[in-house]
Design a protein around this ligand. Structure first.
Ligand SMILES: [Zn+2]
Ligand SMILES: [Zn+2]
Length: 183
């Protein structure tokens, strides 16, 4: 994956034919729109990932929206990302038939790959903000209470995932809240 791709030709950088999928409305999608897409199209797999509040994108809704979609057709899995012109194909992969792989297997792999990627980025971003703002790390599950001055953001994440079995995604959203409150 790389920055905003050139549309049309097969990309010299990654070999993907980056193009807009016109059948999907060119806007961030809410859970219910993703649901609708799953029901109203022939896609075999439809999942959004990297959900964020619409407010963070400057929308009027604070519902969670996504700009990252993984879809499956009869033969291929695609990762679509929302850019100015619409939903652009970033990754397109066929299953390995020899290994009995299905389109859904490939879609799940892509889902993991792109979700993880975004979590890392978000974490790096939050860690930088944390060192600037001195947030309060207040654990919602126990009386753990630290600040940006007393510990690192990653230690708070570690606490949430290790002590309370939070997923990385959930731990990050708690950290995000603490960081935003510090402003
Ligand atoms: Zn490319
Ligand atoms: Zn705790």
């Amino acid at each position: 994956m790389h920055d905003e791709p050139d549309l049309g030709e097969v990309c010299p950088e990654c070999g993907t034919h980056h193009r807009v999928i016109e059948s999907i409305p060119a806007q961030p999608l809410t859970q219910s729109l993703v649901e609708e897409l799953r029901e109203s199209t022939n896609f075999t797999f439809v999942r959004g990932t990297n959900w964020i509040s619409g407010k963070n994108l400057g929308l009027s809704t604070d519902q969670e929206v996504t700009e990252d979609l993984i879809i499956g057709t009869q033969t291929k899995a695609l990762y679509l990302k929302l850019y100015e012109p619409g939903w652009v194909v970033e990754i397109e992969e066929k299953p390995f038939e020899d290994e009995d792989e299905t389109v859904e297997d490939v879609a799940q792999e892509i889902l993991l790959f792109v979700s993880h990627d975004r979590e890392e980025l978000l974490f790096e971003m939050l860690e930088i903000i944390s060192t600037e703002l001195d947030p309060t790390y207040d654990c919602p599950e126990c009386d753990y209470l630290e600040t940006g001055g007393s510990t690192l953001a990653r230690n708070f994440l570690f606490h949430l995932t290790e002590s309370h079995n939070y997923t990385g995604e959930k731990a990050l959203s708690v950290l995000e809240e603490c960081t935003l409150d510090a402003e």
